[in-house]
Ligand binder design. Structure first.
Ligand SMILES: *Cc1c(COP(=O)(O)O)cnc(C)c1O
Length: 385
């Protein structure tokens, strides 16, 4: 190892910083100015543990105790909160602590891949609820009841129902309250995956009637991450947060401690602004619907529920696909043309189907995105296709 070969690791620059960001993965995780300062202040390893007496959530300085025990539960209507390193870790923790190998989990077909791998790691059998297919891909929650009956007939044990709300492809919001009634009727707990909801839109788990929610700090709460949390009803607290018999302060499912660093500190520093932005959710929905209408005027079709109720949207364009087959840059032409216009977030190589989020960009910036699509489409006259 020479000094020269190590040089590339210092002064790492990020090419996409400051661009108009419509990447669904990133739009809700952009740091507030306060969190950006906090990131540097608390960057030293284990500095949050200065005054820890054995349990992260009990630390009073910085005010983690108040955040975990008072502020977050009130924010989402939970009885208790458990910090995790992300939404997926929350899902796995719930599945692993309440289910046995060979049990069933019933999930919606629009579930995130992490739902599948968490269930696989736990050794669960997965039963999928199909969506309605093109063009809306909706989940009808009544189908959960059919699935429950089917599994029970074969004497299968159902440990958990899971609904993705909204899902990460189409941004659809299925009827969670109706599913909560089904969950109550059959006494099977319900986990709501709100990786794209908590921190963007109002979520009160007690009003929705679910047993668990999982949230993602770097996805939707302006944290550097990786961090997330579980919100739960009281009855699950002792099961999920069971203590070690050797170390009475340490929770087993958390392996003793989770988000011990800048992930938690930036989550807290952004939180006041996150509360404000959640109150402005109706404006976010209006902005998304306006954007969708403008795209449709250009012949780019929005799939998923309509009128749309979330900033994450999936689009389809035959024309952009046709262009990609003629253009010398091939399927990368769209990505390159958008990047040249300072627009980031549509995956390189996609043209026919792509998703994006209108959450972070202002209406003025989104108008630039629409103008960019209009320009790109009109620069390829019909006859050359
Ligand atoms: C992003 C995402 C996840 C994973 O979130 P992490 O916090 O990174 O684990 C899970 N579910 C959905 C629906 C997502 O969009």
């Amino acid at each position: 190892m020479t000094n020269d070969s190590l040089k590339k690791f210092i002064n790492l620059k990020r090419e996409t910083k400051g661009m108009i960001n419509i990447d669904p993965l990133q739009a809700g995780g952009i740091l507030t100015d306060e969190a950006r300062q906090t990131l540097v202040e608390w960057g030293d390893g284990f500095s949050v543990c200065d005054f820890c007496q054995g349990k992260l959530s009990e630390i009073k300085t910085p005010p983690i105790f108040d955040f975990v025990h008072n502020v977050l539960p009130e924010f989402i209507g939970a009885d208790a909160i458990c910090l995790t390193n992300g939404a997926r870790e929350g899902k796995f923790m719930i599945m692993y602590s309440i289910a046995k190998q060979g049990d069933f989990i019933i999930i919606d077909k629009n579930s995130h891949y992490t739902t599948y791998v968490a269930a696989e790691r736990t050794g669960l059998k997965i039963k999928e609820i199909e969506n309605s297919g093109y063009p809306e891909f909706k989940i009808d929650v009544n189908k959960y009841e059919d699935a429950i009956k089917e599994i029970k007939k074969e004497n299968g044990n159902i440990a958990l129902l899971l609904l993705t709300w909204p899902d990460g492809n189409y941004g659809n919001l299925p009827d969670v309250k109706k599913l909560a009634k089904i969950s109550g009727k059959y006494k099977i707990p319900l986990l709501l995956n709100t990786a794209y909801a908590i921190g963007r839109m109002p979520v009160k788990m007690n009003e929705l009637g679910v047993d668990f929610v999982i949230a993602s700090g770097h996805k939707s709460m302006a944290s550097s991450g990786p961090i997330g949390f579980i919100g739960m009803k009281k009855e699950w607290e002792n099961i999920l947060m069971k203590k070690s018999q050797y170390f009475p302060k340490k929770e087993i499912e958390a392996l003793g401690c989770t988000a011990r660093g800048t992930s938690l500190m930036t989550l807290m520093a952004s939180f006041p602004k996150v509360v404000e932005r959640v109150n402005q959710w109706p404006e976010q929905v209006k902005k998304a619907q306006w954007f969708s209408e403008e795209m449709e005027k250009l012949g780019i079709k929005q799939l998923g529920e309509k009128p749309h109720q979330h900033d994450l949207m999936f689009f389809e364009s035959d024309k952009l696909f046709e262009i990609s087959q003629k253009d010398k840059r091939g399927r990368y032409f769209l990505y390159q043309k958008l990047k040249k216009r300072n627009i980031w977030g549509i995956k390189p190589g996609l043209t026919k189907h792509f998703k994006l989020s209108t959450f972070a960009a202002t209406k003025e910036k989104l108008q630039k995105v629409i103008n960019a699509f209009a320009e790109i489409l009109s620069s390829y006259p019909q006859q050359t296709l």
